[in-house]
Design a binder for this molecule. Structure first.
Ligand code: HEC
Length: 135
């Protein structure tokens, strides 16, 4: 008789102990606060390097430009912030605000062709959408 009682008690005690070990030690952050895994296709990166990166990367001279956007730090942003940045990028490009006109007067070769504008705007839109949809 005794053995029959002890075994189930022992097993459930074991199960409880194991559950204790398996319990996650940290609570998950809400999804929109998680770090993103932004992918920049090579074709897009090439255009960014040509027309944007010089002013918007760690080590660039203009504090103002870096505060607005730093391509080196994009993947460190939360999803929530990154979506905002992608939207900003699409906006300034379609408005023709970036690269700045003063800068283009001196460096016309850094300007965006219509094709390049479309490429960047489409990429920014798609990337933002994927970030919002993916869990
Ligand atoms: C010659 C330097 C320079 C280049 C090249 C440049 N930017 Fe900027 N950018 C700035 C500066 C300076 C600011 C901040 C001041 C301002 O808003 O005018 C800025 C601001 C921005 C902002 C924030 C605008 C806002 O309204 O908050 C975005 C987004 C941006 N740039 C994207 C780009 C993209 C995309 C490119 C390439 C197509 C680019 N920039 C090329 C200098 C540059």
């Amino acid at each position: 008789m005794r053995k029959k009682i002890i075994l189930p008690v022992f097993l459930s005690a074991l199960a409880l102990t194991m559950m204790g070990f398996m319990k996650p030690t940290h609570t998950e952050k809400p999804d929109k606060m998680k770090k993103n895994n932004l992918v920049i296709p090579a074709k897009v990166q090439q255009v960014i390097d040509q027309s944007c990166y010089g002013c918007h990367h760690s080590g660039a001279k203009s504090e103002k430009a870096l505060k607005a956007l730093n391509f080196d730090k994009l993947t460190k942003l939360t999803k929530f912030k990154l979506v905002g940045k992608l939207q900003d990028m699409a906006d300034v490009i379609s408005d023709g605000d970036m690269p700045p006109k003063k800068f283009l007067a001196k460096h016309p070769e850094k300007g965006l062709s219509e094709q390049q504008k479309t490429l960047l705007i489409n990429w920014a839109g798609k990337a933002a959408e994927e970030i919002i949809e993916k869990k």
